[in-house]
Write a protein that binds this ligand. Structure first.
Ligand code: ADP
Ligand code: TZD
Ligand code: MG
Length: 580
């Protein structure tokens, strides 16, 4: 279909000369004014010209093959930079595809804005049937932090400013900004348009905790026999790395990083108890949660995983998070940087000193478990079977040890669990994974954003099923020539390859084609593919890929019998009459 005739169809710049502007230009101007330098999206009616105008104005537009991946990229950009990542979609189904990512960003507390064009309200509201008709505003509202609709071009500046403020301030999240097609094409006086724009001042203002709240927390920590700090991805997001490190090192309190907080302090830090997680949770008497929720990922703070007498301190920007699972004895509501600064400056901070017997017990357990892990990683391979997860990850670990600045994206079930446990991180915000929802499909979107936003090499370690959710974005990776290496752990299935299926002549529900050559997929896009069957081949391919900074896909053949159903989450599967 032909694009609507608007000023945006003209070469860039001619609009200003005529003293006129339009909705397309105003959106781009409003985004630029608020520091947006990249848009992740997928074009079509009515937003194609919006992407063109953005590009012509110097904003980078990354065009994807599916809106979910574009949305996940915007979400990752939000996590990495602390500024909302922007995703641009068409109306109806394109909007819905992107909405998965916007909801996921909201769940993970990442700042993101999805801008979608929408159809004619007078047709939508009477359900008269329009091209890609959907009441997008009503749909989005229930799933995201906030939804706004701009009904007049003169309100674009206000709409963008509100989206910026809402996505970033307080608990970050996803904001939907609905722009009807008619508003995009609306022409108005350039001067009035420019005057309508707004720059948001201090989009995420600091929020200091009250003095008595800090006193309360310090008193609990000073009296603790077995204190523990849990660092969540909120702590990574807060970019208060030095203050957090100072607090932990001056108090000696052992810390447990949640998966996306790995690297906030290096995983080989002597106070990390990642390798003694069970003991730390079971015995800690005072637990300080920093940007981590007591949700399913932390067993809701319940026994037997946790000490039933544990007392909780929680540092969070959202007061309604507190007491959502366990009673919080010392709420510390504020932004993590301000709260940790207040703790560091408190007169009583010097009295906080994690008792030696507790530190020694955790260190001993960590050493014990680390030795067990080392034994698993160095066990001689069974030559009669394909490579298992451990030998493969040993190769990944050894290569990454030489390249600590590489960003690691990770999704799958067994692939996720094994990789998280084996691969140490050394730098903050360098690990991105399935997060709070345990969602598949984030892989290539997150990897693309990490490469675009940081300029660093990225490695995505993907289960073969997980990869399939965004695999077509390999073309995007190749088109933009991004320094991304994707490793597909090809075990021929969701969780594991089943081989034969006693229940039906069809493949089992968890089966995927084991013979798939994922390396050939990238070759069709002009990238580099490798098929590897040994750890040595994997290590060589990885080193080459990182050094080349060129798009690479490594199909890594994994023993289909090595994984377990649902990885570490087997127990979440309901059991009915029998185990099927
Ligand atoms: P994890 O999954 O790593 O345990 P969660 O996503 O459950 O982490 O928790 C992140 C928490 O961090 C959320 O409750 C969110 O409100 C909080 N948060 C995010 N940014 C900040 C910030 N700058 N200051 C304080 N809390 C924050
Ligand atoms: N769909 C979405 C969007 N998210 C999900 N989490 C799932 C489906 C269910 N699911 C998991 O929880 S893990 C997984 C699916 C489909 C894939 C596991 O297979 P894999 O990894 O090949 O990626 P392993 O290494 O074979 O376990
Ligand atoms: Mg698999």
């Amino acid at each position: 279909m032909a694009a609507p005739h608007t000023l945006a169809n003209q070469p860039p710049g001619t609009d200003q000369a005529a003293g006129k502007t339009d909705g397309y230009h105003l959106i781009v101007d409003a985004l630029k004014l608020n520091g947006v330098s990249t848009i992740y999206g997928l074009v079509g009616i009515p937003i194609t010209d919006l992407a063109r105008v953005a590009q012509a104005s110097g904003i980078r537009f990354l065009g994807f093959r599916h809106e979910s991946a574009a949305g996940h990229a915007a979400a990752a950009a939000g996590f990495l930079t602390g500024k909302p990542g922007v995703c641009l979609t068409v109306s109806g189904p394109g909007f819905l595809n992107g909405l998965v990512a916007l909801a996921n960003a909201t769940t993970n507390c990442f700042p993101m804005i999805q801008i979608a064009g929408s159809s004619d309200r007078s047709i939508i509201d009477l359900k008269r049937g329009d091209y890609e008709e959907l009441d997008q505003f009503a749909v989005a509202k229930t799933l995201v932090k906030a939804a706004y609709r701009v009904d007049r071009a003169q309100d674009i500046g206000l709409g963008v400013a509100r989206a910026m403020r809402t996505a970033t301030s307080g608990r970050p999240g996803g904001v939907y900004l609905d722009i009807p097609a008619a508003v995009l094409g609306e022409v108005l006086d350039a001067e009035a348009g420019a005057a309508s724009l707004r720059q948001v001042v201090d989009p995420a203002p600091r929020q200091m905790p009250a003095a008595e709240a800090v006193d309360r927390a310090v008193a609990l920590l000073a009296a603790a026999q077995r204190p523990l700090v849990v660092l969540g991805k909120g702590a990574a997001y807060a970019q208060a790395d030095d203050a957090i490190r100072q607090f932990l090192e001056s108090t000696g309190i052992p810390f447990l990083p949640m998966s996306m907080a790995k690297g906030l302090l290096p995983d080989d830090h002597p106070q990390s108890v990642a390798a003694a997680r069970s003991l730390a949770l079971r015995d800690a008497d005072v637990v300080m949660l920093v940007g981590a929720r007591l949700n399913w990922l932390l067993s809701h703070g319940e026994a037997p995983h946790w000490n039933p007498d544990a007392v909780f301190i929680q540092v969070d920007i959202d007061p309604t998070e507190l007491d959502s699972n366990q009673p919080i004895s010392a709420p510390l509501v504020g932004d993590i940087g301000s709260v940790i600064d207040a703790l560091n400056r408190h007169d009583g901070a010097a009295r906080i000193d994690a008792p030696k017997p507790w530190r020694e017990a955790l260190a001993a357990k960590s050493a014990d478990n680390a030795a067990k892990m080392a034994a698993r990683l160095t066990a001689p391979a069974d030559a009669t079977r394909p490579m298992g997860f451990y030998p493969a990850l040993r190769a990944v670990r050894d290569v990454l040890a030489e390249h600590r600045d590489v960003y690691l994206v990770n999704e799958g079930a067994n692939t996720l669990d094994y990789t998280r446990n084996v691969i140490d991180m050394h730098l903050p915000r360098h690990r991105l994974d399935c997060g709070t929802w345990g969602v598949m499909g984030i892989g290539l979107g997150y990897a693309i954003a990490a490469a675009v936003e940081t300029g660093q090499p990225v490695m995505a370690v993907e289960g073969d099923s997980a990869f399939g959710f965004s695999g077509m974005e390999m073309e995007t990776v190749c088109r933009y020539r991004l320094p991304i290496t994707v490793v597909v752990f090809n075990n021929g299935g969701i969780y594991r390859g089943d081989g034969t299926n006693p229940a039906s002549a069809d493949p089992s529900p968890t089966t995927l084609l084991r013979s798939t050559r994922y390396d050939r997929l990238i070759e069709s896009f002009g990238g580099t593919g490798h098929l590897v069957t040994t750890p040595a081949e994997l290590a060589t391919a990885l080193s080459e890929a990182i050094a080349s900074r060129k798009p690479t896909l490594i199909d890594c053949v994994i023993d289909p019998s090595d994984g377990t159903e649902s990885g570490h989450l087997t127990s979440l599967n309901p059991v009915g009459l029998e185990k099927h």
